[in-house]
Write a protein that binds this ligand. Structure first.
Ligand SMILES: C[S@@+](CC[C@H](N)C(=O)[O-])C[C@H]1O[C@@H](n2cnc3c(N)ncnc32)[C@H](O)[C@@H]1O
Length: 345
């Protein structure tokens, strides 16, 4: 149950959030017009009315999960205007550099070492994903990341991430939290883990990522939520023992991996998962999940540097995980994302 006050806090904060980030998305699109390629797509994507309607639908579902006790009210319903304004100023200061990269199709700056050391990092990773400054290599990029993602998704990114908590809550219903180990692969700035810990504070949680800079930001992000182990390592060579994790989550990772690496990561997840454990993925919709969104999925990698996305959008993930011994237990669509749960028998 949610009280009237909590409901009001949710509605006001999420409406403000969508206005804030979707508004910035519109301004960005205007400022980026000269650098954005004309869509080369087989069908039009959804228009603004559909997108806003779908965001509202996602938010209603998010609130229903809170009312059903699946997870608590988001921890950020109290606005922090000064922090948000700072992020916005930083984002718009950086936007001309992003647009220049997009215009010149320059997306390999980070492999030149311009953004810091690249030692030990795989070539497929040394890209300016989304044409973002610093790729995943710099502290500035890590500080800007959450804001950028929220703009891209019109303020709905956190609500989409939270949909992974639904199968997680169901899994934990029959288990002791304090004896359950959760690994978040490609944790980034650990935004998702803040919601995990707010809902399940006694879980044993580890976040793993290739980026030292993003892990530094993750350390700051999770500090007030509880204890989290943070590990710098590649998802395709997890430095963890066989059958050592009960739940593995991965949010927005697979679309940024080449196919062979996706295969290696799925195999590693299957290896470190305990029998009876689950992998919970949240990632982009794929082609045909919502045919009215296919045009958008076609355009996305044209406008944002996403070299592996088109292949991801067409890969049969059920077959990928089945080949590693994991069975698809559950799929759910949440606006531009898809939640998939794989079980290890
Ligand atoms: C799109 S971000 C997603 C971050 C976060 N999960 C979220 O919810 O926003 C992709 C993340 O994957 C990480 N990453 C990409 N390839 C990786 C790999 N092979 N091993 C570990 N992390 C990787 C990047 O450093 C980045 O933090």
């Amino acid at each position: 149950m949610v009280s009237i006050g909590e409901r009001a806090a949710y509605v006001l904060s999420q409406a403000g959030r969508v206005g804030w980030y979707y508004g910035q998305y519109m301004v960005s699109a205007r400022l980026s017009r000269a650098s954005l390629p004309p869509p080369a797509v087989s069908r039009p994507g959804p228009g603004r009315t559909v997108l806003l309607r779908e965001i509202a639908r996602l938010m209603r579902r998010d609130l229903r999960n809170v009312a059903d006790g699946v997870y608590p009210l988001p921890h950020d319903v109290i606005p922090q205007p000064v922090a948000r304004l700072r992020e916005t100023a930083d984002y718009f200061r950086d936007l001309p550099q992003v647009n220049a990269r997009r215009r010149d199709r320059r997306a390999a700056e980070v492999s030149d070492g311009a953004a810091g050391t690249t030692a030990g990092l795989p070539a497929y990773y040394l890209r300016n994903f989304h044409y973002q400054s610093g790729g995943y290599l710099t502290d500035d990029s890590a500080k800007r990341y959450d804001h950028q993602v929220e703009i891209l998704f019109g303020g709905s990114a956190d609500a989409m991430r939270r949909q992974a908590l639904v199968p997680l809550a169901e899994f934990l219903a029959t288990r002791r939290q304090s004896r359950t180990r959760l690994l978040d692969v490609a944790t980034g700035t650990a935004r998702f883990l803040t919601f995990v810990l707010a809902a399940f504070p006694r879980l044993q949680v580890t976040g793993l990522d290739l980026s030292a800079a993003y892990l530094r930001q993750a350390r700051r992000t999770v500090a007030r939520f509880g204890r989290v182990g943070l590990v710098q390592a590649p998802a395709e060579a997890l430095p963890l023992a066989d059958a050592s994790q009960d739940v593995i989550t991965a949010i927005y990772l697979f679309h940024e991996l080449p196919r062979a690496v996706r295969q290696a990561v799925a195999a590693e997840m299957a290896r470190v998962l305990t029998p009876g454990g689950r992998v919970i993925l949240v990632d982009s919709l794929q082609m045909g999940d919502r045919s009215d969104f296919d045009g958008l999925l076609e355009y996305f990698p044209q406008a944002f540097h996403e070299p592996y996305y088109s292949d991801y959008a067409r890969q049969d993930l059920e077959a990928l995980f089945a080949g590693c011994g994991l069975r698809l237990g559950w799929t759910d669509l949440a606006f531009l994302s898809k939640v998939m749960v794989f079980e290890k028998p």
